[in-house]
Design a protein around this ligand. Structure first.
Ligand SMILES: Nc1ncnc2c1ncn2[C@@H]1O[C@H](COP(=O)(O)OP(=O)(O)OP(=O)(O)O)[C@@H](O)[C@H]1O
Length: 244
């Protein structure tokens, strides 16, 4: 099953085409790694999937309700001066379905506490976001998407600037979300993280996208003369066009 599909998508930025003829489906209950060099169009595609960028041609078909779609931007894109505690951030995950001004009830608070415990941040509940480390902040942000009960979750480099222990916690929670049926798309640059997390890979290069199995990509990478820990961005032989 795939609730998110791309149909001959063409996307542009500043009047320039960034991606074209992009097809494919993102499997439910799976993690798709979105990879590509700087400027390949990963953020552009995420914007289009989130409905923030109108395609030049083609379309994004998304059967996940808007209130169950969540996006975790790169940490650098976040305004940390915004006065908000960890608990307030996590509780705000109810806003898309419950509304921002209705207040919270007992079950909301209980669920918020469970989520903070699962992410190991209960002791930070009343700490302001601006006072957190990168890892603590990332846990809190993922907590918000759990509170939202996100069924489609897009994450832009979620492991950048976070400590090793947090990487483990995030990986575990993301795998659990996929196991429970969510569709996850994760922008990644690291080979080892891709090997551990991804069920499928969408590789963007030269304005096009190719679907690749993680195994084929890793094999391709291992066969290369320079085995950099970062991912290769040329297409392995058995990559295939998406089947939308
Ligand atoms: N607001 C904008 N106006 C004009 N051009 C833009 C804008 N945003 C992005 N671009 C251009 O669109 C192309 C794709 O950018 P995008 O941010 O999607 O790439 P990316 O793969 O996410 O890169 P990175 O890994 O550096 O985040 C780049 O050439 C970029 O310069």
């Amino acid at each position: 099953m795939a609730r998110l599909k791309l149909h001959d998508l063409q996307l542009a930025r500043g009047g320039q085409t960034v991606l074209e003829h992009l097809d494919g489906r993102f499997q439910d209950g799976a993690v798709t790694a979105l990879i590509g060099a700087n400027g390949a169009g990963k953020s552009t595609l995420i914007s289009a999937i989130m409905g923030m960028l109108t395609p030049v041609a083609g379309r994004v078909e998304c059967a996940v309700p808007r209130e169950r779609c969540a996006w975790l931007p790169q940490q650098l894109a976040l305004d940390l001066t915004f006065p908000m505690s960890v608990e307030e951030l996590i509780m705000s995950g109810t806003w898309p379905s419950h509304g921002a001004f209705k207040g919270y009830c007992g079950p909301h608070y209980r669920r918020g506490r469970e989520i903070m415990a699962r992410l190991g941040i209960s002791h930070l509940a009343h700490r302001q976001l601006g006072e957190l480390s990168g890892g603590q902040r990332q846990r809190a942000l993922l907590g918000r998407t759990l509170m939202q009960e996100a069924e489609l979750l897009l994450l832009d480099e979620p492991f950048a600037n976070v400590d090793i222990e947090t990487v483990e916690v995030l990986m575990e929670v993301l795998r659990d979300m996929a196991r429970e049926g969510a569709t996850l798309i994760v922008v990644l640059h690291d080979m080892e993280q891709l090997a551990r997390l991804a069920d499928d890979v969408l590789l963007l290069a030269g304005g096009h996208g190719r679907w690749v199995s993680p195994e084929a990509l890793l094999e391709h990478h291992t066969g290369q003369a320079t085995r950099a820990p970062r991912l290769p961005f040329d297409f392995p032989e058995d990559s295939h066009a998406g089947t939308a």
